[in-house]
Design a protein around this ligand. Sequence first.
Ligand code: AHR
Length: 342
Amino acid sequence: MSRMHRRLALGLLTAASALTLLSGCSKQDGSTPNSSEKPKADGAKEPSAPKSQVRVGFSQIGAESDWRKANTESIQAEAKKRGIDLQFVDAQQKQENQIKALRSFIVQDVDVIAFSPVVETGWEPVLKEIKDAGIPVVLTDRAVDVSDPDLFVTFIGADFVEEDAGRGSGWRRRPGGNAKIAELQGTPGSAPAIDRKKGFEEIIAGYPGLQIIKSQTGEFTRAKGREVMESFLKSPEGKDITALFSHNDDMALGAIQAIEEAGLKPGVDIKIVSIDGVHAAFEAMVAGKLNCTVECNPLLGPQLFDAVEAIVAGKPVEKRIVTKEGVFTQETAAEDIKTRQY
Ligand code: AHR
């Protein structure tokens, strides 16, 4: 697709005009529209000029957690399935690497740029460059903090505040009326760390018996979760900790090791609630070491490429696409684990 065509598609997208809706580019099943197939009178397709492959540049944060690995796998597998030319770049947790990758996608003149931003702020200049180049942007998993909402077409991902504030009912049930809580936060400045903390604080504000006595980043990794939990337990307040809220499963799994090394029983002496719902968290629940995990679905590939294909076809796309998720506890973990996909 030439830049001119892409600008035209974007214009149509913004206007969501009747012409766009009648353009007939879309298939019922949501698969890539194929310009080489002209409908015959009887509805069968006949080939004409070769179809130009949709090209997407995707900048991934890294591979810090099982969640992220499942997310990468979902995106790569879905692109392959749909025959999309995916330029995938791993930023290794660095915003500067993501910005470099985004600029390289402009040079490559891809049809759509998608990325999962490691932190919320600092994206405005590069997003303006992308907009000037006429390339639509899709955000997946994490949001950006920008003043101009037209710098991206859509944001697909979980509601991180709601993960705690609403569906985090698991949290409210687990520690009971009173708890001295240790909190393991995600990557500083990242949307899930900011929003999960916010949602959690909103919850406990309504429960005077719930009190955060330690809080620090474990950077979403198992190794750091273990290290920080160990330091919490060795601190003067360590012996008072009765519950742990971890912004993701990997840090909770690391903390479980630290709790065991301190001679305590995770899930019993210290109740644990975390977020993600990865397979290893279900194993920990079955073993009685984790009390609850609130799902954050990483399988965003199908929704991402549905959006990409709609954009390329000039069809309107929702500004916010929220993924559906659940809350899982120890009680049903042995059954739930049988059907987990990641
Ligand atoms: O942005 C989603 C978060 O990033 C996941 O909860 C965490 O595990 C990941 O690394």
